[in-house]
Design a protein around this ligand. Structure first.
Ligand SMILES: [Zn+2]
Length: 378
């Protein structure tokens, strides 16, 4: 079975330039990128749309039915172009096995996990409708030995350690849970992903504890505790980026602000990775999808090449799984074509601001192995 997709725009991961290519897939494996010489059994035309690996969502919550915030990865993968979901700490050492056996192993999508330093993951989300109680009310819940053991036993599924430090997540403990998570991540030699929110602690305190390869999620959140002060990106944040800390969007229901993004981008400070923080309370509004989140950054001034790489190549690199970040000859096919639709679209950030955008990124063709689907059609 030979499938050809003609007339695609593809972002070269090295030069970051856009090339015109045809893609050939033989028996579910990428056979050619550029010129396709083989005769195709099935010929598809991308009409100049972008082609990229299936999107990689670096911050999602997909412990569906096992946690109150988990959404169904398979359902999202059917409607949109996301092929790799990185769960950001929904589970901890105490309940990771359930996530692995009941969700990760049974899903048609690829799922990786950042393991929460909190023993029970994120268990108190959505109490009284839309409220939450922190997952680490007592520092003993941050069980470093259990976390490190669980990572060691599940290296194929767990790609890092997650910690949430904010007033919501752990009250008055400040950076103590972060310090525990950091020790655990260093021991296991995996990256650390940190959520920050309403202080305490401040984002300055948080980034002072992060090193190369660690991820600051919710980086473009609104005040209070924004990375922008007096119209410019904080010196401490610029320095963290310089030493290799990954700046992630993690949109969610409360963590992305057009205003912060406008000021950061005006300073030349772009996110390294674009992710949704998709969960039961953010999915329908304001997140919708990873494509919708990419549309927002595109409209705010990033280029199409930049937003595509920030939702494929860069998150794949951040979790140490570069094979998901490019379309490579010899690898199983898992790709999507993305169109930029015409027309005006009004979208909301997580701070309540609405903004009109020119065009919208939508998935058109999804090719996984030999299977072609049209996720945007429904
Ligand atoms: Zn999250």
């Amino acid at each position: 079975m030979y499938i050809k997709i003609a007339d695609c725009r593809m972002v070269d991961t090295r030069s970051r330039k856009v090339e015109r290519v045809d893609i050939g897939v033989k028996d579910g494996v990428v056979d050619a990128v550029g010129e396709v010489k083989a005769k195709a059994d099935k010929a598809l035309d991308a009409h100049g749309d972008y082609v990229s690996p299936a999107l990689v969502d670096l911050h999602s919550h997909v412990y569906h039915l096992g946690t109150s915030l988990g959404v169904d990865a398979d359902e999202i993968a059917r409607s949109w172009g996301t092929g790799v979901f990185v769960d950001a700490g929904s589970s901890g050492a105490g309940n990771f096995a359930g996530f692995r056996d009941h969700v990760i192993r049974r899903s048609g999508a690829k799922i990786y996990a950042f393991l929460n330093i909190g023993f029970g993951g994120i268990p108190f989300f959505g109490i009284h409708g839309d409220q939450q109680a922190g997952e680490i009310p007592d520092i003993r819940v941050a069980d470093e030995d259990a976390c490190a053991d669980c990572i060691e036993r599940n290296r194929g599924d767990i790609v890092g350690v997650k910690v949430r430090v904010s007033e919501n997540a752990n009250g008055t403990l400040g950076v103590e849970p972060l310090k525990a998570a950091r020790r655990c991540a260093r021991r296991a030699k995996v990256p650390l992903m940190v959520h920050f929110g309403r202080p305490q602690p401040t984002v300055k305190e948080v980034v002072s504890l992060l090193d190369k390869g660690d991820i600051l999620t919710h980086a473009f959140r609104a005040e209070p505790n924004s990375i922008v002060e007096g119209g410019h990106v904080l010196r401490e944040i610029a320095a963290a980026r310089k030493r290799g800390v990954v700046m992630d969007i993690g949109h969610g229901s409360g963590s992305f602000s057009f205003d912060t993004a406008r000021r950061a981008l005006a300073d030349g400070f772009k996110p390294d990775t674009i992710s949704t923080d998709i969960h039961t309370l953010s999915l329908a509004d304001p997140v919708v999808s990873l494509e919708t989140t990419m549309t927002k950054l595109l409209g705010l001034g990033m280029s199409m090449a930049e937003v595509v790489l920030a939702a494929t190549y860069s998150p794949a690199a951040a979790i140490g799984r570069p094979e998901h970040g490019s379309i490579t000859v010899g690898r199983p096919a898992d790709l999507v074509t993305l169109s930029l639709s015409a027309g005006r679209k009004k979208l909301r950030d997580a701070a309540g601001e609405a903004m009109e955008f020119d065009g919208e990124i939508r998935p058109v063709l999804r090719l996984k192995g030999n299977r072609v689907s049209r996720p945007g059609a429904g």
